[in-house]
Write a protein that binds this ligand. Structure first.
Ligand code: ASP
Length: 339
């Protein structure tokens, strides 16, 4: 090698972008992360067109949430916004596309939690508010309570100028058709829903929505919204508005949003159990989530999304399918309705 070539090689080596161990670790560092779900279930009768539209919606909202996190917005604002977008969509069992109860009415549930300080808000059995997640946020921010239900929650929505809608807003052709099928299976038979002895199954149910996020400041948040289980008894409340069951967020551990047979998630306090295992047993997020599916929940009970304070995302379900999406600061972006 001539002295000239040797000098050039030396300069090149000095400026070449071979990552040092520290730089590689920095590149792996996740600054912000977001996961979204659109419900776990069989999705057996979904058409190819609806599947594609559902995935497109998930991709759109996860990208929207990611961009807001990238711009420095708080995880709390982002989970509220993303869930509100999904509530406005016809493709999910929340807000506009919410399922009917056994009497052909809508009773919507939602919750939100701020991992910074364990502030949380929830509403259950509401029927007049366009975006139950916004009402849950208002309960959190503007009252000293955690949960409001039914008529009291609807009155609070009115007095706090949340957008209200007439019952017809929720009567989408999609859900009406599902109600008719459900009634044909249940109400036309000899037994009323309350007398059924079969355990509740998530087989036919899907479409609850949820979002978890980690922001650039290291804060976690979670939100969940649902119309509940199809054909539920009037007054029934599932896990979605129950803090610790369907929703939980704590900056010290993780943020979680669940979907599935709510009764089973309430019994096992699934969302809080994940955080508790991380806090007390030093489990990783992945380990704490795995225990729920390997040892605690029954097959076909549902699924969940979670993110930890390092931006690691966990997505698990034990139904046939789950609608889900994830994105983070490393460029990851995926959305799917599938196995
Ligand atoms: N977990 C919801 C409930 O039990 C339903 C669902 O996620 O599909 O109300």
């Amino acid at each position: 090698m001539s002295p000239r070539t040797a000098f050039a090689a030396c300069v090149l080596a000095m400026i070449s972008p071979i990552p040092s161990p520290t730089r590689a670790a920095e590149a792996d560092h996740v600054e912000y992360a977001i996961a979204v779900h659109g419900g776990a279930g069989a999705w057996a009768s979904i058409t190819e067109e609806d599947r594609a539209a559902t995935e497109a919606e998930l991709r759109r909202v996860v990208a929207l949430g990611r961009d807001r996190l990238a711009a420095g917005e708080s995880s709390l604002d982002v989970v509220e916004r993303v869930v509100a977008e999904l509530e406005d969509s016809l493709y999910f069992n929340a807000g506009r596309g919410a399922t009917f109860n056994a009497l052909g009415q809508h009773e919507l549930d939602a919750s939100i939690m701020d991992g910074r300080n364990l502030d949380c808000g929830a509403v259950a059995g509401v029927s007049s508010v366009k975006n139950p997640v916004k009402l849950a946020r208002a309960v959190m921010a503007e009252t000293k309570h955690v949960m409001l239900i039914g008529a009291g929650a609807d009155a609070f929505a009115k007095s706090h100028r949340l957008e209200l809608v007439a019952p017809e807003y929720f009567w989408t052709p999609r859900q009406r058709e599902r109600l008719q099928k459900w009634q044909a299976r249940h109400v036309d038979g000899a037994r009323a829903p309350a007398e059924e002895d079969e355990p509740e199954s998530i087989e036919e149910h899907h479409g609850t929505v949820g979002c978890v996020a980690l922001d650039r400041d290291g804060h976690l948040a979670a939100a969940t919204s649902t119309g509940g289980l199809e054909g539920k008894l009037p007054g029934r409340i599932g896990d979605s508005p129950v803090i610790g069951a369907g929703t939980y967020a704590d900056d010290a551990t993780c943020a979680v949003s669940c979907t599935g047979v709510g009764e089973e998630f309430i019994r096992r306090a699934v969302a809080y159990d994940i955080a508790a295992r991380m806090r007390y047993a030093d489990s990783t997020l992945e380990q704490a989530v795995s225990v729920q599916f390997d040892e605690r929940l029954r097959p076909n009970d549902g699924g969940l999304i979670a993110v930890d304070r390092n931006g690691r995302i966990a997505i698990r379900f034990n139904t046939a399918k789950m609608a889900r999406a994830a994105a983070d600061s490393t460029g990851r972006l995926e959305a799917t309705l599938g196995r």
